[in-house]
Design a protein around this ligand. Structure first.
Ligand SMILES: Nc1ncnc2c1ncn2[C@@H]1O[C@H](COP(=O)(O)OP(=O)(O)O[C@H]2O[C@H](CO)[C@@H](O)[C@H](O)[C@H]2O)[C@@H](O)[C@H]1O
Length: 482
């Protein structure tokens, strides 16, 4: 199949959060599976620092009374063709923000549609989040191009219809009061990034006012859990961490803890319970819950805490102030840094993610892969990826709590702090987490089946192990149907 991924982010060159991880990893796997997958991304001002980009565009197009250039290259480290949408509106060295954000991404989506109609025609456009939400509406008039709309974050729904009507082409048949609502109605298939979240968004508590619409279209809505790039994020080969290790050489991991404590200016103490958090500092991530209890937790325990994140100014200031009250025990890094993120996953004992809602969550999977035990709220994809630790039966991979209440988080953290004292159990818990399979292969198969379902094709059959010759003689003739 010919598939075009259209998105605002793609790791490793343009990433703010988890959507970048998905768009950076999934196309590579789908190509390995034999599909012609390509990516369409804005040409951001910072990209030339990160990769080689030809100076000559391959195509010029126009949309919304503007002309734009498209440059062709490949996503670094892969063979995935990458098309960069060039226009001065994307020249600043950032991805989001700015007063023209709604206009900018609507224009980008319009450019992507023009590209599909006039330059490279895919069979399927896989659109990601509101930035690309108008594409399913426009493609409704192109029966030979189908669309899948993947929801990574329902909280951001894009501009309202009145703005779209002023700015771009809103066909007569278009319905939906904002970009996300329109996308959900017109995409051939809609998916989000975990089965639990796909259910939750059909309820008022998680639907961000679109729950009615989402339950109405539930026949074409599904949840496919994200994977992580297990080649890029592998503690056995990661060159950004102080000491490589695996589940079988867990004793080596201690060197990462000590190196991290030194790096972030905390007291070097391999016995202290060390908690990490790597996140966008936004309401979704349960930062208010953390702020509610962290002071008390640090006061009552000997734990250490490191935070890496950027986001809302209020949360940044609060975290900064808290760190200044616990010198040597808490460190706050208000920046985006992939290498430090890896060292936090590799060096902390536990990873905190008490999200208010979580479509899937990539960070907890990375933490598990690097042996940091997740402490999570059971919501969305966290339910599907972290299993509650049951010490009696030696089961589970992390510490979980249900209600979005400070006391519940506090109790859960205390349980983890207690659990850390039982070294053998803790090591087994880490090993169970590290042995989970978070590779993209299973999920990529589900994406292929989702694409196939647009054409009424049945799910692709699992590859069968080669059969013995004798068995083939005795078995009835295969019909090709299962
Ligand atoms: N300051 C920083 N420095 C370095 N790295 C940082 C960082 N802040 C965040 N990151 C990285 O960004 C990613 C965060 O991904 P998540 O999926 O956990 O959350 P996010 O809300 O961004 O993604 C949304 O989209 C994804 C993808 O579908 C869903 O999993 C998720 O639930 C949804 O909210 C991780 O790779 C993390 O390491």
């Amino acid at each position: 199949m010919r598939i075009l991924f259209v998105a605002a982010e793609a790791a490793p060159i343009a990433k703010v959060g988890g959507m970048g991880d998905v768009v950076g990893a999934l196309p590579k796997i789908l190509r390995d599976m034999g599909h012609d997958v390509r990516i369409f991304l804005p040409y951001y001002g910072m990209l030339p620092d990160k990769m080689e980009i030809p100076t000559e565009p391959i195509w010029w197009g126009s949309a919304m009374f503007q002309s734009f250039a498209v440059y062709e290259t490949v996503l670094p480290g892969t063979d995935v063709p990458l098309y960069l949408f060039g226009h001065p509106a994307f020249s600043p060295r950032r991805i989001y923000g700015g007063e023209d954000e709604d206009w900018r991404f609507t224009f980008f989506a319009n450019g992507a549609a023009e590209f599909c109609w006039n330059y490279w025609k895919p069979e399927i456009v896989n659109c990601h989040d509101w930035h690309t939400g108008m594409i399913p509406v426009w493609m409704h008039q192109s029966p030979d191009i189908s669309t899948v709309f993947t929801i990574h974050n329902l909280a951001y729904q894009g501009p309202w219809r009145w703005f779209l009507e002023k700015t771009t082409w809103c066909p007569w048949y278009m319905q939906g009061h904002n970009t996300m609502a329109a996308a959900v109605q017109f995409a051939d298939k809609v998916n989000t990034v975990s089965p639990t979240y796909a259910e939750q968004i059909q309820t008022a508590a998680y639907g961000e006012t679109l729950e009615g619409l989402l339950s109405f279209i539930s026949g074409k809505l599904s949840g496919i859990i994200n994977g992580i790039d297990t080649e890029v994020y592998d503690p056995a080969t990661d060159k950004y961490i102080a000491q490589t290790f695996s589940a079988d050489t867990l004793e080596k991991r201690k060197a990462n803890k000590i190196a991290l404590q030194e790096e972030v200016g905390l007291e070097v103490n391999s016995k202290a319970f060390f908690i990490g958090i790597v996140t966008r500092l936004v309401e979704q991530k349960g930062i208010d819950l953390i702020l509610n209890i962290l002071d008390r937790f640090l006061a009552y325990t000997d734990a250490q805490f490191v935070l890496l994140g950027t986001g809302d100014r209020y949360y940044e200031t609060q975290m900064w102030q808290l760190a200044s009250r616990y010198p040597g025990r808490m460190a706050t890094y208000l920046l985006y840094n992939d290498a430090l993120a890896r060292r936090i996953y590799a060096g902390t004992d536990a990873f905190l993610m008490p999200s208010r809602f979580e479509p899937c969550g990539i960070s907890q999977m990375m933490a598990l892969r690097y042996g940091s035990v997740p402490i999570v709220r059971r919501t969305g994809g966290l339910v599907d990826t972290v299993f509650h630790h049951d010490p009696t039966n030696h089961a589970g991979t992390g510490y979980c709590f249900d209600r979005y209440e400070p006391l519940d988080l506090f109790t859960c953290m205390i349980r983890a702090w207690e659990g850390f004292r039982y070294k053998d159990y803790w090591e087994q818990l880490q090993q169970r987490g590290m042995s989970q399979d978070f590779s993209w292969y299973q999920s990529a198969k589900e994406y292929v089946n989702l694409y196939r379902s647009i054409y009424g094709l049945p799910p692709q059959e699992e590859e069968q192990p080669p059969q013995q010759e004798e068995a083939q003689v005795d078995e009835p003739v295969a019909t090709g149907k299962s």
